[in-house]
Design a protein around this ligand. Structure first.
Ligand code: NAD
Length: 443
């Protein structure tokens, strides 16, 4: 392996990057406001790998541990420009006020910036998202889904022109759509395009956004658990236009905790009898998830992690028979300040039972915002490095990571972080770090 030499040619991060989000709700506004507050040095972007993360290079004795953003060429916060689509007409200021995540002081400190972000009209279908109340008339009225996709492409191009952007990325920050499984219309690009022309009811709005972005070669990252870019038609399109895709479902809150705790239990060969997880949350996301069809999409995404981390087939006595339950309860008084409880029944030496209780009082959008920023920035890096299709190295950011067909997803947060950093080292021609010392191997 070449050393200290770019292994892959990475185009420079010159000019402005458009960051476009379907959805201008709690997560999107907390993300955009946070970037502006960080740019104005009012607050710090804690939780963001692209802003604060470091990467070790070479041997431990080399003592080289630069910031990731100094090691690989990333878009700078100053160069980001924000746009969004939403069926509500509220600009980012009003949406942030209604979301009640950030303090009035923080929101008002950047009022002119937020006021300027006005949502473009959405591709919306009430059959896919229920429980949204009030005036949701900011929607595209073209007759066919293909015409709507073309309108989205014009939105992206128009935004880039207006804001003088050189590149763009899309991060889905809109509500969770109802649960669907892959159908024939999703199996090839030709079938999908025919479906767009014929308004096939199995095409979700999120897929129309993804199609529009990928047609333009723009990376698409899916922050919700829906199928969206996880279908053969999108893989084919991403391959054709050279666009990176990633998903699904931002890893925050309870699932983040699960993927921190479960690898530790497995490392110490502690058995698991059951894991019961419940949540109360009162934001709009919670209200949408109160609908059984949307909850099903979320439940599938949340349930997968333990099974993959614990590998019941390899450790049947420890993990062959555990009971796993996830509940989400909509409870308006809490707003975005979610509370999550986990009861974990484990067993150790000779089968003696023990319990772990976790009570996480988190803020959903505060955990999600840095993930949106990192996905925007690293999917842009992927694009400039010529990485197309599914970006498994971005699994670190997701609850339900997308993988190449036939591979199982990696859920363990620590393996995901190693894969993420080793990918960056690989891109730059640095030695991969395996944590084996020099005394054994001559790296
Ligand atoms: N906050 C977290 O920790 C977290 C973690 C993982 C995933 N997510 C997902 O992120 C998404 C956003 O969460 P949120 O808390 O901001 O929700 P939110 O309800 O505050 O915002 C979602 C916005 O999407 C809009 N929307 C719905 N359908 C749309 C469409 N077709 N096109 C454009 N906009 C549309 C809604 O009008 C709403 O304004 C949800 O899918 C949620 O499940 C959030």
């Amino acid at each position: 392996m070449p050393n200290r030499q770019e292994r892959v040619r990475i185009a420079p991060a010159k000019g402005r990057l458009a960051v476009l989000t379907p959805g201008l709700g709690a997560v999107a506004t907390t993300f955009m406001a946070g970037v502006e507050l960080a740019r104005q040095k009012i607050a710090k972007p804690f939780g963001s790998l692209s802003q604060m993360g470091r990467i070790r290079l070479g041997k431990r004795t080399d003592k080289k541990n630069p910031l990731i953003r100094q090691f690989v060429p990333l878009a700078r916060l100053e160069d980001l420009r924000f746009g969004a689509w939403d069926p509500y007409h509220d600009d980012a200021y009003l949406a942030a006020r209604k979301a009640e995540v950030l303090s009035r002081d923080h929101i008002d400190a950047i009022k002119p910036f937020l006021k300027k972000i006005k949502p473009m009209s959405a591709v919306f279908d009430g059959r896919y998202i229920k429980n949204l109340k009030g005036d949701i008339s900011n929607v595209k009225l073209q007759k066919s889904l293909m015409a709507k996709a073309e309108a989205l492409m014009r939105d992206i191009e128009g935004f880039m022109k207006r804001e003088k952007c050189d590149r763009a990325v899309v991060v889905w920050c809109a509500s969770t759509e109802k649960y669907i499984q892959a159908k024939p219309v999703h199996r090839s690009l030709a079938a999908f395009e025919k479906g767009l022309r014929n308004n096939d009811p199995d095409i979700a709005p999120s897929m129309v956004y993804a199609y529009a972005a990928l047609r333009l070669g723009v990376p698409f990252n899916n922050g919700a658990p829906g199928l969206t870019v996880d279908i053969p038609a999108m893989w084919e399109l991403a391959d054709k236009t050279g666009a990176p895709i990633s998903g699904k479902d931002f890893k925050t809150g309870q699932t983040l905790m699960k993927t921190i705790l479960a690898p530790g239990m497995k490392a110490r060969l502690l058995g698991l009898a059951g894991w019961f997880s419940t949540n109360i949350l009162g934001n709009r996301d919670g209200e949408v998830l109160d609908n059984p069809d949307s909850f099903k999409t979320k439940e599938v995404s949340k349930l997968g992690s333990l099974e993959y981390i614990l590998q019941p087939e390899a450790y049947p006595e420890l993990y062959g028979n555990f009971y796993h339950k996830v509940r989400i309860n909509y409870y308006p008084p809490r707003g975005d300040a979610k509370e999550a409880w986990d009861n974990i029944d484990i067993f150790g030496w000779l089968g003696y039972p023990m319990q772990i209780k976790v009570n996480f009082l988190c803020r959903d959008s505060i955990l999600a915002a840095p993930v949106v920023l990192d996905l925007a920035i690293f999917s842009d890096l992927a694009q400039r490095a010529g990485l197309k299709g599914i970006q498994e190295w971005l699994s670190f950011f997701y609850k339900s990571p997308m993988t190449a067909p036939g591979l199982y997803p990696e859920h363990d947060l620590f393996i995901q972080l190693m894969k993420f950093k080793n990918t960056l080292r690989y891109l730059k021609g640095e030695s991969l770090i395996t944590h084996l010392g020099n005394e054994y191997y001559n790296f």
